[in-house]
Ligand binder design. Structure first.
Ligand SMILES: Cc1cc2nc3c(=O)[nH]c(=O)nc-3n(C[C@H](O)[C@H](O)[C@H](O)COP(=O)(O)OP(=O)(O)OC[C@H]3O[C@@H](n4cnc5c(N)ncnc54)[C@H](O)[C@@H]3O)c2cc1C
Length: 264
C-alpha cells in the first residue's frame, strides 16, 4: 500500500524569526508535515543581550548562544547546518552547501512550502575605517572586540549612534515612511548602560558620551511622547547630542566624520 507523502515545509534561517515560525508550524500542523530547517550556524545568537553581557565582562559567545539543533530535534524537525546559496521558485528547490567544512558539495532541497527568515545584512564594510576604529554589539565577534577595548579603556570621549539605514525602496508605497535610522533602541540602551559602566568603574559618567542620529530626532519612531522626556533626562545626566548627521562617512583614530560635514 502506498502512503501519502506529507507536505514538506522548509524554513530558511533558524534565528528569532525562523525558529519561532518553525515552532508555531509544528505546534499547529503536528505530525502532518515534514519540517526542515536550514541555517549556516547550529546556534542562535541572542543579539539583544550582547551589550549587557559585554558591559558585565562576559563573553557573549559563552553566554548568548542557544542550541537550536537540540530544540529542532525535540520538535521532530530536521535541522541542516548549511549555507543557502540559491532559490528556484519555479521548480520549488533550494540549493544549499553544508557549512561546517569548506569545500562541501552543493545539494538541492525540494519544498512544498517555503519560509524565508534569513535576516538582514550588516553594512559595516561600507563604513571607511570601521574595522580598525569602530565597535558594535551586534555580533559575538564585535561584542568581544568591544569587551577587550573596554578592558584597556582609561578615558577619552565616547560616541554612540547609528549610520544611515539603507532599505529597499522598490515598490514602496507612499504612505510607508523612510526611516533614516533602524531601531535606535540599541544605541540609547548602550548609551545609558555605558554611562553606568563608566561610573561604576570610576572612569567618568555620561558627560563623556555623545549620542548621535542621522535623523531629526533620535529614536523618532518611538514618538515625541517618549523621546522628549528621554532628551530631558539625558541632558540632565550630561550626555552630548548631535542630530541630522545623515550618515557616517569615516572613522579614524581621533574621531568620526559625518555625511553632514559635522565631526566628533
Ligand atoms: C544591539 C541590538 C539590540 C537589539 N535589541 C532588540 C530588542 O530589544 N528587541 C527586539 O525585538 N529586537 C532587538 N534587536 C533586533 C533583533 O536582534 C533582530 O530584529 C532579530 O535578530 C531579527 O531576527 P531574524 O530571525 O529576522 O534575523 P537574524 O537574527 O539576522 O537571523 C538570520 C538567520 O539566518 C541565518 N542566515 C542568514 N543568511 C543565511 C544563508 N545564506 N544561509 C544559511 N543561513 C543564513 C543566520 O545564520 C541567522 O541565524 C536588536 C538588534 C541589535 C543589533
Amino acid at each position: 500500500m502506498m502512503s501519502m507523502a506529507k507536505p514538506k515545509v522548509v524554513v530558511l534561517g533558524s534565528s528569532f524569526a525562523g525558529l519561532t515560525t518553525a515552532r508555531f508550524i509544528r505546534k499547529h500542523a503536528g505530525d502532518k508535515v515534514d519540517l526542515v530547517v536550514v541555517d549556516r550556524n547550529p546556534y542562535l545568537t541572542f543579539v539583544p543581550n550582547i551589550q549587557m553581557e559585554v558591559l558585565a565582562g562576559h563573553d557573549p559567545l559563552e553566554t548568548m548562544l542557544l542550541d537550536t539543533p537540540a530544540i529542532h530535534a525535540k520538535d521532530g524537525n530536521t535541522f541542516l547546518n548549511a549555507e543557502v546559496v540559491a532559490l528556484d521558485p519555479d521548480t520549488r528547490r533550494v540549493q544549499i552547501v553544508p557549512s561546517d567544512r569548506p569545500g562541501s558539495a552543493p545539494e538541492s532541497l525540494s519544498y512544498d512550502y517555503l519560509v524565508i527568515a534569513l535576516g538582514n545584512r550588516l553594512a559595516y564594510d561600507q563604513i571607511a575605517g570601521f574595522g580598525e576604529h569602530g565597535d558594535t554589539v551586534s555580533s559575538g565577534f564585535y561584542g568581544n572586540k568591544l569587551r577587550r577595548r573596554l578592558a584597556a579603556y582609561r578615558g577619552g570621549p565616547i560616541v554612540i549612534g547609528s549610520a544611515r539605514f539603507h532599505q529597499g525602496l522598490q515598490d514602496k508605497p507612499d504612505w510607508l515612511p523612510v526611516g533614516l535610522a533602524a531601531c535606535e533602541g540599541p544605541p540609547l540602551e548602550l548609551g545609558l548602560a555605558m554611562a553606568h559602566w563608566l561610573s561604576t568603574h570610576h572612569l567618568g559618567d555620561a558627560h563623556k558620551i555623545t549620542l548621535f542620529t542621522p535623523a531629526e530626532m533620535i529614536a523618532e519612531d518611538a514618538g515625541e511622547a517618549i523621546v522628549t522626556p528621554f532628551h530631558e533626562m539625558a541632558s540632565q545626566k550630561g550626555f552630548g547630542y548631535l542630530n541630522n548627521t545623515q550618515d557616517v562617512r569615516r572613522l579614524h583614530a581621533d574621531g568620526i566624520e559625518f555625511e553632514s560635514r559635522a565631526s566628533l
